[in-house]
Design a protein around this ligand. Structure first.
Ligand code: HEM
Length: 403
């Protein structure tokens, strides 16, 4: 038996708590071919070049091997499409989501974000120990995406259940694979039916929300078909859920590991803005982008990736590339230019970045402000197994009360 490649070691859940020495090793071969024909790219310059290269596709229908059954003909959301289809759907969605078309939507959520955060932190006020993942980070992103989409408050609990069940069953693992896939499809169908119904209601009685915008807009890009509206709404829910939870949990973990940093943030709350940016670089919630396919032979860093090959972009390795920035293994609030790959790049650059940044800034600054003497209970905490969306499963902390 051959020993596992560096990339195979990164995929091993046993290495989840600290994969960064492995990412450092991975960068020694900027484009690393794996035994199954996948090419893993790990240096900053090469990742950025590929993120902007029209010869690489996000559409799994371009795989040399046929896509898994059930994926050939389903309506895919724009994260899995290439230009021009991707651009049309992204533009139609962006029009109702944030700047420059509707600058108010995300910033307008600020008071509600703070209100939900306050309620969640009040919920742990009477205790001396809490799980930051389950009790604070977990409920917020779904609540916010419900507000964005215009899900009525009375349906929000059900929406949380769907999100949990779909995301819980998405994770890797061989155990109960068939049963988990069946459950995921069942729940995804329920969610799709619900969103389809809500979109119909909004078509007749539009509100200020994103779903109303998507179903009623006609313009140079045409209109969105009903199944495209549903696929887009599901994408926003899934893409923004675990990612944001992980950013918040990784943030708290990093701050509690560095008491000086925590002190600085407490003394100067405005520093939460560069702190969240540095977290996206230093502990990125999305570590790998594993959905690219070469459409032509592509030569990069001296290696030719043959057409049809799957490509993995190791964002977490690229953001810690010493050829790109000094002392990448240090968490540093004062970086003059923090260009990281936390939100990807190119045409698929994270659509929800302004929402994710604001959520993390508000929750983390409120936790820092309100928790008295917070301490980690276990370090490292237990991690979820996924090598793609990396974050603690639980983050237990002790504290001496809440302001
Ligand atoms: C795309 C990261 C939060 C919606 C991406 C990509 C990354 C990313 C790396 C690029 C994927 C690729 O190139 O294939 C993150 C992180 C988040 C976050 C780290 C939180 C900290 C959100 C939120 C939303 C969202 C809150 C929705 C409201 C999307 C969408 C795409 C995307 C729709 C696809 C964009 C496209 O294909 O044009 N995100 N994301 N994300 N993200 Fe996020």
């Amino acid at each position: 038996m051959t020993s596992p490649s560096v990339f195979e070691q990164i995929l091993d859940p046993a290495r989840r708590a600290d994969p960064y020495p492995l990412f450092d090793e991975l960068r020694r071969t900027p484009v690393a071919r794996q035994a199954d024909g996948t090419y893993v790219v790990s240096t900053y310059r090469e990742i950025v070049a590929l993120l902007h290269d029209p010869r690489i596709s996000s559409d799994r229908r371009n795989l040399a091997a046929a896509p898994p059954p059930g994926e050939q003909d389903r309506t895919v959301s724009f994260i899995g499409l290439d230009p021009p289809e991707h651009d049309r759907l992204r533009r139609l969605t962006m029009r109702h989501f944030g700047p420059p078309h509707s600058p108010g939507l995300i910033d307008g959520l600020r008071p509600e974000m703070l209100a939900v955060t306050t309620r969640l932190i009040d919920g742990i006020a009477g205790k001396r120990q809490a799980d930051i993942v389950d009790e604070v980070a977990y409920p917020l992103p779904v609540a916010m995406i419900c507000r964005v989409l215009g899900v009525p408050e009375e349906d929000e609990a059900q929406f949380h259940d769907w999100a949990d069940q779909i995301i819980e069953t998405l994770g890797p693992g061989e155990e109960d694979r068939v049963e988990r896939e069946r459950l995921r499809q069942e729940k995804a169908l329920e969610l799709q039916r619900y969103l389809g119904g809500l979109a119909e209601v909004r078509r007749g009685q539009p509100g200020e929300d994103l779903l109303s915008g998507l179903v009623t807009y006609h313009g140079p890009d045409g209109t969105m078909a009903p199944e495209e509206v549903v696929a887009t709404a599901v994408l926003l829910l899934i893409a923004g859920h675990e990612t944001t939870i992980n950013l918040i949990a990784n943030g708290m973990l990093t701050f509690l590991r560095n008491p000086d940093l925590l002190e600085r943030l407490r003394a100067d709350p405005g520093l939460i803005i560069p702190a969240v940016e540095e977290l996206l670089r230093y502990e990125p919630p999305v570590q790998l982008v594993s959905s690219r396919i070469a459409l032509a032979d592509i030569t990069i860093a001296g290696t030719t990736i043959p057409a049809g090959s799957p490509i993995v972009l190791a964002l977490a390795a690229g953001s810690r590339d010493p050829a790109h920035l000094p002392e990448p293994g240090r968490f540093e609030l004062d970086r003059p230019r923090n260009e990281h790959l936390g939100f990807g790049g190119g045409v698929h650059y994270c659509f929800g970045a302004p929402l994710a940044r604001l959520e993390a800034q508000i929750v983390l600054s409120e936790l820092i402000r309100r928790l008295r003497n917070p301490r980690l209970v276990t370090d490292p905490p237990p991690y979820r197994p996924s090598p793609v969306l990396r974050g603690p499963r639980h983050l237990l902390i002790d504290y001496d009360g809440v302001e």
